[in-house]
Write a protein that binds this ligand. Structure first.
Ligand code: DON
Length: 305
């Protein structure tokens, strides 16, 4: 299969969609990003990489960071993590408060904001003030790139405007599902969201999920096979919030999006794919990114179904 030709074709075919969607302006530092960008990278298990578009442009990984923190927390706590965060789709927007109240402060899954905040809280219980350094170091290790860092402007912008996330954390605290200082938890969560990477780095960092938990390039074991299976399952069922069903229906791969405009998708046993385009659909997922991945699995037949 000629992957380079396929992604070149996709770049041509997505152009018509640039008039649709809207960048994430609820985070003021992201509101002025050039909306007309597109990048797509593929990395095969043997390291062969295919790129098209702005693949060296770094963007805010936002909720894609939740895959890394969930991996760390699952490694640390195993099944007992599920006492504090579930593994069912929520069917609600990523920042919704509603379900959290009638489910007594236990978020449905680790990929909605409430679930990711609890996940980060569990890491704080173990690593305390070193938590963010630990998360960043893990991401750098998965990507084998120690230049990766967070963007201070995006971080401060979220901290200043993160009223809904503050409401989520306060509600969970009232149900005793947050154990650490609220400010420290939310700061760590916003820092992880403001980490910047490009599509090639994200492909490299997630390749372990296409290979039973082992990075195939340096043979580093990042998580065991059973847990890698669970992470992929949750990406399939919950990775796109209330559009997870739609993403599974159209693309048919485990995937995780972020409001920065990135989506990472996994083809088990074969490759990782990362797409970047900052205009979002109504559910806060990259509109063109979703379209590009749909075109990819249609053209290649590489969905898991
Ligand atoms: O907490 C927030 O709202 C953002 N830092 C992350 C949300 C996000 O990326 C949702 N994804 N599509």
């Amino acid at each position: 299969m000629n992957y380079q030709n396929i992604i070149n074709e996709i770049e041509d075919e997505i152009q018509v969609y640039f008039k649709e969607g809207k960048v994430a302006d609820y985070i003021p530092a992201l509101a002025h990003i050039n909306p007309n960008q597109f990048a797509m990278s593929i990395k095969l298990l043997d390291g062969t990489t295919y790129n098209v578009g702005n693949t060296q442009t770094k963007f805010s990984i936002q909720s894609i960071s939740k895959v890394f923190t969930f991996t760390l927390a699952l490694q640390l706590y195993g099944k007992s993590l599920y006492k504090r965060v579930g593994h069912e789709p929520s069917g609600d927007p990523f920042n919704s408060l509603v379900q959290l109240e009638y489910e007594n402060g236990i978020p449905r899954n680790p990929f909605i904001n409430a679930g990711a905040i609890v996940t980060t809280d569990t890491l704080l219980s173990k690593y305390q003030d070193k938590s963010f350094d630990y998360i960043l170091d893990f991401i750098r290790t998965t990507a084998n790139d120690f230049t990766i860092n967070y963007n201070k402007e995006v971080y401060s912008s979220e901290l200043e405007h993160g009223f809904l996330n503050m409401a989520l954390i306060n509600m969970m605290k009232s149900y005793k599902n947050i154990n650490n200082d609220l400010e420290k938890v939310i700061q760590t969560y916003f820092k992880q969201c403001s980490i910047e990477m490009n599509t090639e780095q994200l492909c490299h960092s997630m390749l372990f999920l296409a290979n039973h938990g082992v990075n195939p390039i340096n043979n580093k074991i990042l998580i065991n096979e059973a847990k890698a299976k669970r992470i992929n399952s949750l990406m399939l069922t919950c990775g796109h919030y209330d559009a997870s069903g739609d993403f599974a229906y159209k693309v048919g791969l485990p995937g995780k999006s972020g409001v920065g405009g990135g989506i990472v998708a996994i083809v088990p046993g074969k490759m990782s794919i990362c797409v970047y385009s900052p205009k979002l659909n109504k559910q806060g997922n990259s509109l063109i990114g979703t379209k590009a991945l749909e075109l990819f699995t249609t053209k290649t037949g590489l969905s898991i179904f």
